[in-house]
Design a protein around this ligand. Structure first.
Ligand code: NAP
Ligand code: ZN
Length: 347
């Protein structure tokens, strides 16, 4: 076994603290990565605190991982020792069902999607994420990372990036579309960057007046404070698409009113409570309410390559791993610009 150092929570009310554990040996299809940076996703907080159901403790979160390959198994052709690499939300799946065959490993029909942490691997062992110094992973689930971009800003692309890129591509969002991005956090700021890059007119829908200047700097054309009823009224039937990144309960009906006829609201945020939707909010205008879950491995690579070509990275605040618990509190107050990234050299 390989000795690893991480940060773990031991119960839903515990702070994260240093924890030593073991990774499996590098198998024939595996690579070993020395982790350099790992982003803090709001999903980490939901899971550490068992907000989506009971977590497996100790839990080592982290699914926005970039690092350098330090060993490869006998069958590995995709990577060489010394190359940069990334891992997102998944580390395995059956790899042969219809969904896996179509590059949607997150929906493995054989229910064998293995999440990067807080999950059971195929051999029954528990998976541990990127708030750690090393990780072993099947080569299929490891992404190529360009050395042209600032690596610290690349880490969040592995979740926040693909989660916003994928639905914008699926719905062919681009020139001529009016897009509302709801919530300016980790996912929201990437949604703004991608929607602007694809040619759409982008409006930031935020509860935080202090974020207006940043929204414009990120490329948003307009900023609307959703706590102000007058500003909300001005958006009646305005958008073709809304991408909803909010992590907490909120009024879906208010945002659905902002959609044109046949408009689409795409939920990527996943608040712990079920949604409450009035039928009329959808029926008026044949509106569509849909959702999107991360993105498969081929599309994640496509997104990383797009970012390298167009010089897109996340705006981040780099932290020492000892600051991780304070960072969680700041995320919960919507006070992050716009993703915390852990420097694993500090572990
Ligand atoms: P984040 O950085 O905390 O951003 C969420 C933003 O939502 C906040 O910055 C805030 O923006 C807004 N917000 C917070 N509370 C609100 C409230 N009560 N009402 C209205 N707006 C509120 O979180 P994140 O990492 O981007 O993640 C967002 C959500 O996506 C989480 O639920 C996460 O689990 C989920 N997620 C889903 C997927 C997927 O595959 N679908 C992948 C990753 C994450 P303003 O200050 O601008 O209002
Ligand atoms: Zn995430």
């Amino acid at each position: 076994m390989i000795n690893a150092k991480g940060y773990a929570a031991h119960s839903k009310t515990d702070a994260l603290q240093p924890w030593d554990f073991e990774r499996r040996e590098v198998g024939a299809d595996d690579v070993l990565i020395d982790i350099l940076y790992c982003g803090i996703c709001h999903s980490d907080i939901h899971q550490v605190r068992s907000e989506w159901g009971p977590a497996i403790y100790p839990i080592v979160p982290g699914h926005e991982i970039v690092g350098r390959i330090t060993a490869v198994g006998a069958n590995v052709s995709k990577f060489k020792v010394g190359e940069l690499a990334g891992i997102g939300c998944m580390v395995n799946s059956c790899q042969h069902c219809d969904s896996c065959g179509h590059g949607q490993e997150q929906f493995c029909d054989n229910k064998q999607t293995v999440w990067t942490y807080n999950a059971r691997d195929k051999d029954g062992s528990v998976t541990y994420g990127g708030y750690s110094n090393k990780i072993v992973c099947d080569q299929h689930f490891v992404l190529h990372v360009s050395d042209k971009l600032d690596l610290k800003g690349v880490a969040p692309l592995l979740c926040a990036g693909i989660t916003t890129y994928s639905p914008l591509r699926k719905w062919k969002v681009g020139k001529g579309h009016k897009v509302g991005v709801l919530g300016l956090g980790g996912l929201g700021h990437m949604a703004v960057k991608f929607a602007v890059s694809f040619g759409a007119e982008v409006t930031m829908l935020s509860t935080s007046p202090s974020k207006e200047a940043d929204a414009k700097r990120l490329g948003a054309h307009k900023f609307v404070l959703t706590k102000d009823p007058e500003q909300v009224k001005s958006l009646d039937r305005y958008f073709d698409f809304i991408i909803d990144t909010v992590s907490a309960p909120h009024d879906y009906n208010m945002y659905l009113q902002m959609l044109k006829t046949d408009g689409v609201q795409i939920c990527v945020g996943l608040p712990p409570e079920p949604l409450s939707i009035a039928g009329g909010s959808l029926m008026r205008g044949n509106r569509v309410l849909t959702a999107s879950s991360i993105g498969g491995i081929p599309e994640t690579q496509e997104m990383l390559d797009y970012c390298a070509e167009h010089n897109i990275v996340s705006d981040i605040e780099l932290i020492d791993i000892k600051e991780v618990n304070t960072a969680y509190e700041r995320v919960l107050k919507s006070d992050v610009k716009y993703r915390f990234v852990i420097d694993l050299a500090t572990i």
